[in-house]
Design a binder for this molecule. Structure first.
Ligand code: SF4
Ligand code: SF4
Length: 177
């Protein structure tokens, strides 16, 4: 131990420094928010409740049921059920997310080649029943209309995510609903 360190220890310099810092903050304004009376607007692009994207031109879900999002999901909380129509075109019968198991990593959004799944900015969705957090395809599509419709949805993919639908050669092909 050096002489300087010894003097610091004897005179409790570090403790005094800590106390001075506490004293300094004692009289500064509090930063605590009185939630829910005081709410903060979510930051753009923050990761909240899931939504399935609706194509603005066709009015249908963009999801083609490829299953990449479910394969990437570390929580394994995405369930996709598909079938084929008479032309052997895939139909997404069910697309479900068990939201309570989600860790909001957004790998599903990154993995999707069609920009068909999103995390909205909506984060206030507590409830009393677990069932409410099992989101069906219909509810996920509703979330898009509720929280991401119009310009907001466009900006979401424009600003925060790659790849986008147009990065893929066959993105103009009609999607299954
Ligand atoms: S955000 Fe992550 S954990 Fe949640 S559904 Fe997507 S991939 Fe799964
Ligand atoms: S959301 Fe995207 S990745 Fe997931 S099944 Fe649909 S098209 Fe595939």
């Amino acid at each position: 131990m050096t002489a300087k360190e010894f003097i610091k220890k004897v005179l409790f310099i570090e403790i005094l420094k800590g106390l001075a810092l506490t004293l300094k903050h004692l009289f500064s304004p509090a930063v605590t928010r009185q939630y829910p009376a005081e709410r903060r607007e979510p930051f753009p692009g923050s990761r909240g409740l899931h939504a399935l994207v609706i194509d603005e031109y066709t009015g249908k879900a963009k999801c083609v049921g490829c299953g990449l999002c479910a394969a990437m999901c570390p929580s394994q909380c995405i369930y996709i059920y598909t079938s084929e129509d008479e032309d052997h075109k895939k139909i997404v019968n069910r697309y479900e997310i068990e939201v309570l198991r989600c860790v909001y990593c957004a790998l599903c959004v990154e993995a999707c080649p069609f920009g068909a799944v999103a995390l909205t900015e909506h984060y206030e969705y507590s409830d009393y029943s677990r069932d409410v957090f099992y989101y069906t395809k219909e509810r996920l599509l509703e979330n898009w209309n509720k929280y991401m419709a119009g310009q907001k949805g466009k900006e979401y993919f424009e600003k925060f995510w790659r790849p986008k639908s147009e990065d893929f050669r066959n993105s103009k092909e009609p999607h299954a609903s």
